[in-house]
Design a protein around this ligand. Structure first.
Ligand code: GAP
Length: 452
């Protein structure tokens, strides 16, 4: 089951505290969103699942958390200063701005005027001044992709971990793009997060590793709850490839607004390390790199069989966190008939992604004994460390169940008068709505088994 419309998702996200328009009370800023109490948990759980699968469950990947502000030299060498542009068209009548591919029949999509400028390249990077004097000479870019600092740290990581090729570096963090027309909720925004792995391999083994990572990443998304039929591989055509790529496969997801990219898996060849290395002439570099006169460090490695130095190739699975959140919300959103008159909205997220793992509900909120016992149960479950457990001490029980169905809480535990007599609680399952009595002494085992 998926949401029928984007509006249904946007409404749920606002109503239940997943995602809000940023700067809302001042009218909002286009292309910026804030994650609320439920959204931040869902997003963190998704990032944690990615980190676990990339770093903890493998023996050939290290992690990194690098700075967002980037030196212009880095983004000159990466090709972004010269080529990270979208073609921009202005409407002279209503002053709106468009990406050239949004213009049909040479007509402004807003006011239908044909008085349009020619298209011109518009660089998508945000700039900011560094230091107290904004004299235009000392500035930095907000990184447009997280991976460049993986390349500039390549030697640091290699030296400090004694890794040999093949190995990878994983990073999750913010990226910024001054999109001309941000749209479709959190799908295309100006500030977003990426989960990127740069996997360094020997030239000649790159095609094999590319295929390996495409399969891995498809399986991972399915494991997160994306249904197979909504996820497709699309080969990026030669003329559409980024300047660094020899081959890219996009994982396309059927979002409520249409089928679009969720993640790209690119063979970046030796372009990045080749562009950032000192003494480029010392290596036989395959790609057309940007001449480098500033780098202080050689970014080659030694081939142990012939002792020659070479620049490794890079396979890059690059996923958008926000697009992941949108896809997972879409997949999980379910409207279900409960009886003849009533329907319920249910967020059938996989338990490891659910913002709240369990809600403990005292049936009588002004009964100290019941409330104190509920708090004790909540604290004991919280200590296990599987994620947020909530003491739900508001509203009536029916409303609480509805709220927790909508935010995807897998289990609700109700403490009532019977609990005071026989030390059992009611445990309600989100998906089946089945309720059963469980002894408090069995609760921790039940909870742990549920999430394992
Ligand atoms: N380092 C490679 C890279 O950045 P990309 O295809 O431009 O490649 C990777 O971006 C992923 O980042 C995309 O698949 C998408 O999920 C996410 N992404 C890119 N631009 C975005 C935007 N404006 N808003 C939200 N997510 C975006």
């Amino acid at each position: 089951m998926v949401a029928q419309t984007m509006e249904a998702l946007v409404s749920l996200c606002k109503r239940r505290g997943f995602i809000f328009q940023s700067n809302d009370i001042y009218g909002g800023i286009k292309g910026l969103y804030d994650y609320g109490p439920m959204g931040v948990e869902l997003k963190n759980n998704l990032k944690q699942a990615w980190w676990k699968s990339m770093v903890y469950e493998r023996d050939d990947v290290e992690g990194l958390d690098a700075s967002i502000l980037s030196s212009p030299i880095v983004l000159k060498q990466s090709g972004h200063e010269d080529t990270f542009t979208d073609p921009l068209v202005d409407c002279r009548s209503c002053k709106s701005r468009w990406k050239a591919d949004q213009i049909k029949n040479n007509e402004c999509p807003n006011c239908k005027s044909k008085d349009l400028t020619d298209s011109r390249p518009f660089n998508l990077m945000f700039k900011t001044a560094i230091g107290p004097v904004d004299d235009g000479n000392s500035f930095a870019y907000l990184r447009p992709e997280t991976c460049q600092q993986i390349f500039t740290n390549f030697k640091n990581i290699l030296d400090s971990t004694s890794r040999t090729i093949p190995f990878g570096v994983a990073q999750i963090g913010k990226a910024f793009r001054n999109e001309i027309t941000p749209r479709n909720f959190i799908f295309r925004v100006r500030e977003f997060e990426q989960m990127e792995l740069e996997f360094f391999v020997e030239p000649g083994t790159d095609d094999k590793w590319h295929q390996y990572w495409i399969k891995k990443r498809l399986d991972w998304w399915i494991h997160q709850g994306i249904s197979k039929i909504n996820l497709k591989q699309s080969i990026v055509q030669k003329e559409e490839l980024s300047h660094y790529s020899k081959a890219t496969i996009d994982l396309m997801y059927k979002f409520p607004h249409g089928e679009e990219e969720l993640e790209g898996i690119a063979n970046r060849t030796d372009f990045d390390l080749g562009s950032h290395t000192k003494n480029q002439k010392d290596f036989s570099i395959f790609s057309k790199v940007i001449k480098n006169e500033h780098s202080t460090t050689k970014l080659g490695v030694q081939n142990l069989s012939d002792n020659k130095h070479y620049i490794p190739y890079v396979i890059e699975p690059s996923a958008g966190v926000d697009r992941g959140v949108l896809a997972l919300l879409n997949e999980a959103y379910t409207e279900e008939k409960v009886d003849k008159e009533n329907t319920r909205i249910l967020l059938a997220l996989k338990p490891h992604l659910a913002p709240i793992k369990a809600a403990v509900i005292p049936l009588k909120k002004n009964n100290d004994q019941i409330v104190n016992l509920s708090k004790e149960i909540k604290n004991n479950l919280q200590k296990i460390g599987l994620g947020r457990v909530m003491l739900e001490n508001s509203g009536n029980i029916g409303k609480n169940y509805r709220r927790h169905d909508e935010i995807g809480t897998p289990i609700c535990i109700t403490v009532d008068f019977e609990t005071l007599d026989d030390e059992t609680v009611t445990v309600r399952d989100r998906d089946t709505m089945e309720q059963k009595r469980i002894g408090i002494d069995k609760l921790i085992d039940y909870y742990q088994n549920y999430f394992n």
